[in-house]
Design a protein around this ligand. Structure first.
Ligand code: A3P
Length: 304
């Protein structure tokens, strides 16, 4: 299962950017399965993935803090504050060409995907297996995605400016499509399958990691001491993960684009006043009724 950095570099060197694969109006990063089988088949394969009832799925829109919540969850399951030697990228369903590599993972397997809820493995839902969902202020998510897209252009085929990325996001033409569609689908699933999904926010985790990690431990039904919770909070700090976690994003040019800034409110360094107004208008239109609105503060970058 371990994909080492040299192997990752070689894969990247053998590939060229291609137009983003698309299915049902949504674009996807051109990860190997999408290149080999196309978007429709890749998504079908994910839906038909042979889940175990103990699987735990991390579900996030891209750049919402997936690596962070994945590591916290991994530590809770393993009951240790040691960083896992498995990288989140290797258990991301849409990057795996042959799912048999997941057969060797011990239970509970920790898997992740940015694909919309409708494409999650059917069996995972049938089993009512656990789903952990992290949401982040979409303005910060958008700014973070811009940087990631520029650096990871082999898979994301983006070479443009911030203004160009902003327009892609606003028209849902960036990879993984509309943030609103993604979040609204999960929100509906929380209602349809009570108790199956744990939602936390990047901002709350940042403000009070110990409280949020304890809530997650309870959801996972993992007994742990306050000391372990505190150690996990420390070990999964941005600084420690940036310094010590295996990071395939360094295969591009030696500089990480996964552990970039790790702050709340970086969108203010990107958005123009006009872009902010445009974003707020779309948000009001699309997200007015969402219960997730209280998970972050769109305008002030502080917790309500
Ligand atoms: P920025 O680009 O704003 O810095 P994902 O894992 O979904 O790709 O999300 C990456 C974003 O989460 C990046 O945001 C990254 O810096 C941030 N991040 C990663 N690990 C983190 C941690 N331990 N604490 C806080 N933020 C973290």
């Amino acid at each position: 299962m371990a994909l080492d950095m040299e192997k990752m570099k070689k894969i990247r060197e053998s590939l060229k950017p291609i137009p983003l694969p698309e299915h049902d109006g949504v674009c996807y990063p051109s990860f190997l399965p999408f290149r080999e089988k196309g978007a429709e088949q890749t998504l079908k394969d994910i839906t038909n993935f042979q889940s175990r009832d103990t699987d735990i799925m991390i579900c996030t829109y891209a750049k919402s803090g997936t690596h962070w919540i994945n590591e916290i969850t991994s530590m809770l399951i393993r009951k240790t504050a040691e960083l896992d030697n498995i990288n989140k990228a290797t258990t991301m369903l849409e990057t795996i060409s042959d799912f048999s590599v997941t057969d060797i993972l011990p239970s509970p397997r920790l898997l992740n995907t940015h694909c919309q809820f409708q494409y999650l493995p059917k069996k995972h839902i049938e089993h009512r297996s656990k789903i952990i969902h992290m949401i982040r202020n979409p303005k910060d998510t958008c700014a973070s995605f811009y940087h990631h897209s520029r650096k990871d252009n082999i898979f994301l085929s983006f070479f443009g400016t911030w203004n160009e990325f902003f327009d892609l996001w606003m028209s849902a033409k960036c990879a993984y499509g509309s943030w609103y569609t993604y979040e609204k689908e999960i929100e509906q699933a929380e209602k349809d399958y009570p108790g199956m999904i744990f939602t936390c926010s990047y901002e709350k985790m940042k403000k009070d990691p110990k409280t949020e990690i304890r809530k997650l431990a309870d959801f996972l039904e993992v007994q742990c001491t306050d000391k372990l919770i505190e150690d996990i909070a420390k070990a999964t700090s941005f600084e420690n993960m940036r310094e010590n976690k295996i990071d395939f994003s360094k295969a591009v040019d030696g500089i990480t684009h996964i552990y970039r800034k790790g702050i709340v409110g970086d969108w203010k360094n990107h958005f123009t006043v006009a872009q902010n107004e445009q974003f707020d208008a779309q948000y009001a239109d699309e997200f007015q009724d969402s219960s997730y609105k209280s998970m972050f503060d769109l305008k002030l970058c502080t917790i309500k």
